[in-house]
Design a protein around this ligand. Structure first.
Ligand SMILES: [Zn+2]
Ligand SMILES: [Zn+2]
Length: 248
């Protein structure tokens, strides 16, 4: 095992090499646990095409779902950053499609979130609003808000994200959990339902009290408005992945 400067270590699992934080509590909130592999002895046939396993048709486990397949049905090697694999790993057809879609999040949206964007931010309970640059920390674990003051919101303590779109003004009762709110709207960058804000519900560190913050793209920052809309669209995708990661 070797350690790099960020307190990560290289761990070898039956599925491949993984780069994990020294402290498990410091895992990215987007990360998923490795699945239990279906035991070899419980598996006589490929779980997709039902070919019988023998000396020629060998068993392979999908690294994402842990099910057992023949080589033909589990031949794709696809990056799986959510399980912290260093190299692309073997996955079944169904899982490789999901992982490929997630790569887009890692290649694009995650970078948008870490680059940050400008918002007017207010506590829902107060009228006062301030301008902040909001960005996701490099380890994905915090939202940093930088304005006259610096605030940190722990991503794992966000309980609901609601993206506000043009022509839609929600009241307090419109705050839902991830599932309901994420299925209700389709946010696309520059699409016809353009994101103009976000309601965030979270618990601050060391407190059980639920807080709400409202983010809006500010009229005063016209040049940044597109960036802010992209940031919100990226946050919408991030919330979906967070919901999946917690739902395990
Ligand atoms: Zn098969
Ligand atoms: Zn699979």
């Amino acid at each position: 095992m070797s350690t790099d400067r960020d307190g990560k270590k290289l761990v070898r699992s039956p599925s491949g090499l993984r780069m994990l934080p020294e402290n498990r509590a410091h895992c990215s909130p987007f990360s998923l646990e490795e699945p239990q592999w279906v035991p070899d002895k419980e598996c006589q046939r490929c779980m997709h095409c039902e070919s019988k396993f023998d000396f020629i048709t060998r068993k392979h486990h999908c690294r994402r779902c842990g099910k057992c397949f023949c080589d033909k049905c589990c031949s794709k090697k696809v990056p799986l950053p959510r399980m912290c694999f260093v190299d692309p790993v073997r996955q079944c057809g169904e899982c490789s499609v999901v992982s490929q879609k997630e790569m887009e999040f890692y290649d694009r949206q995650l970078k948008v979130l870490m680059n940050g964007a400008t918002f007017c931010i207010s506590q829902v309970s107060s009228e006062k609003s301030e301008t902040f640059v909001c960005r996701l920390s490099n380890n994905h674990r915090y939202l940093f808000l930088d304005g006259e003051n610096h605030y940190e919101i722990e991503v794992s303590r966000i309980s609901a994200v609601q993206i506000l779109t043009e022509g839609f003004t929600p009241g307090e009762k419109d705050i839902h959990t991830y599932t309901s709110l994420l299925e209700s709207q389709c946010i696309t960058e520059g699409g016809n339902s353009r994101a103009i804000g976000m309601l965030l519900q979270y618990k601050s560190q060391g407190s059980e009290e639920l807080k709400q913050m409202k983010f809006t793209t500010s009229e005063d920052f016209n040049s940044n408005k597109k960036m802010s809309a992209s940031w919100l669209a990226a946050m919408h995708k991030a919330a979906k992945l967070l919901y999946e990661a917690r739902d395990q």
